[in-house]
Write a protein that binds this ligand. Structure first.
Ligand SMILES: Cc1cc2nc3c(=O)[nH]c(=O)nc-3n(C[C@H](O)[C@H](O)[C@H](O)COP(=O)(O)OP(=O)(O)OC[C@H]3O[C@@H](n4cnc5c(N)ncnc54)[C@H](O)[C@@H]3O)c2cc1C
Length: 434
């Protein structure tokens, strides 16, 4: 693979993560200066934007991608690294929301999303610590019953055979805690280093002609048949626009983000642990997430650190004491792990929809938007890139499955904040008592 360094300019500072410290700097791109013309302009250099760019360029379009900070500075470079089957909403809820027939289509598309990651890794030879295996953990009986039902439904209705139920007595082979009472092991899900993956996709896209610009925040979108996207130092004229700013797209055009709300989650990464310490917490080597509404998600990285994510602020505020939050969650789950330091902690913003299915749609014929992956975007963003490309190339069927999902608006001001705070409290209570 060739490393493309177009311009060594100074980059806007952003809060870097373990992922940024643990990978090479990735390809570096110049700032947009002056007027540019292209078939397709993409706003946002996360996995949605870059996957779309790569797919679109492969099918012959000229593509310009503008990123406000550095590529991978948003959620795609600050997540839990867990590649999870399906959607944030469980399969029973999806059947209720979209009906039986559409739920089958959605399920097969979600599987394709994970296959796409593996296809891209192999095609572009991306080294990103990809591993399979995943554990959904139940903290109470009602959750364990749901996991068992889901496993049956996936086997019997969706022909998905990769899960097995783990009873309490064998759970400690995977995760050593008194907090979980059972789990569901899934060999269709897994983990990876999402930022290395993103850099690999960006290099592949740049190699086939995608023009990337960093430090080039879109400040205005205007036009009809031809769209003009303006930044502080330049502009891009395009026939089609793909908006891929997700939870980080703030203030550009509020009408595009009525269906999503921005939720803060916090991640911490320890210094490398000894084999004995790892064995005392996650001996099975697979990532774990509990089934709570405000969940803990954790895994051991390939350089043997515990990566632990927790918390959810529905108003999208910065967490005040990130280190304390993560340390307390780790100590609650693993009181036996007393000798560790948190080397990295950071916040990231998740875009969530009300039904927890992503919003992949098109407004005014030539403006596409993909957002609201609701904490499940590592695989679904790649799918969004495929479906948007199909639609732009005149193949509508699969794109339309998502576009036809009815997403409800998030509450608007002045009701928004009180309602979101209430929802957060209700979810906390449900996690404790239901
Ligand atoms: C803490 C955390 C943990 C997570 N854990 C997981 C997980 O374990 N598994 C999972 O599947 N998903 C997880 N997610 C969700 C997943 O990371 C996201 O769904 C996914 O990365 C979204 O990718 P994206 O490209 O749509 O958005 P992003 O990666 O956020 O990219 C959007 C980009 O757009 C840019 N941008 C915004 N506005 C503008 C503008 N005006 N002009 C130019 N550029 C702009 C931003 O700078 C940003 O780089 C997590 C998210 C967070 C925050």
């Amino acid at each position: 693979m060739t490393l493309i360094i177009v311009d060594q300019h100074k980059h806007q500072k952003f809060d870097e993560t373990y992922y940024h410290s643990n990978s090479n700097p990735g390809p570096i791109f110049p700032k947009l200066i002056g007027e540019h013309k292209t078939d397709i302009c993409i706003i946002g250099g996360g996995l949605t934007g870059i996957s779309s760019a790569l797919n679109l360029a492969e099918t012959g379009h000229s593509v310009t991608l503008i990123e406000g900070m550095r590529i991978g500075a948003g959620a795609s470079g600050r997540n839990g690294g867990q590649i999870v089957q399906g959607y944030s909403s469980d399969i029973e809820a999806i059947i209720k929301t979209v009906g039986r027939e559409k739920s089958h289509l959605l399920w097969s598309l979600a599987q394709e999303a994970i296959e796409e990651i593996d296809r891209r890794i192999s095609l572009h030879e991306i080294s990103c610590a990809r591993q399979v295996g995943y554990l959904f953990a139940a903290t109470k009986n009602s959750q364990f019953k749901l996991l068992k039902r889901i496993s049956e439904k996936l086997k019997n209705t969706f022909n998905y055979e990769a899960t097995s139920v783990i009873e309490r007595d064998t759970l400690k082979n995977w995760v050593k805690t008194e907090s979980y009472i059972g789990g569901l092991l899934d060999y269709g899900s897994g983990q990876f280093h999402s930022l290395k993956y993103l850099y690999g996709l960006a290099e592949a896209a740049a190699n086939i002609g995608v023009q990337f610009f960093e430090n080039s925040k879109a400040i205005q979108i205007s036009g009809g048949d031809t769209i003009t996207v303006t930044t502080a130092c330049g502009s891009v004229k395009a026939k089609t626009l793909v908006v891929a700013g997700n939870a980080y797209l703030k203030g550009l055009d509020n009408t595009l983000q009525r269906k999503i709300s921005r939720v803060t989650s916090t991640v911490g990464v320890t210094t490398p642990l000894s084999p004995k310490q790892i064995n005392s917490v996650l001996p099975g080597g697979v990532p774990v997430a509990d089934c709570n509404n405000i969940l803990d998600y954790l895994r051991v990285t390939d350089d043997k650190r515990l990566l632990f994510g927790a918390g959810a602020d529905y108003l999208g505020r910065e967490t005040k004491n990130k280190k304390r939050l993560i340390r307390n969650r780790i100590m609650k789950l693993f009181p036996q792990l007393n000798d560790f330091d948190l080397e990295y902690v950071w916040n990231g913003f998740i875009a969530a929809t009300r039904n927890q299915l992503p919003e992949i749609t098109c407004s005014q014929q030539n403006i596409y938007i993909a957002q609201g992956f609701s904490g499940h975007g590592l695989a679904l963003t790649g799918l969004a890139g495929i479906l948007i490309t199909e639609k732009i190339n005149g193949i509508s069927e699969r794109f339309d499955i998502f576009a036809s999902i009815n997403h409800q608006d998030m509450p608007s001001y002045p009701y928004r904040n009180p309602l979101l705070i209430t929802a957060m409290l209700i979810n906390k209570l449900k996690d404790l008592y239901h």
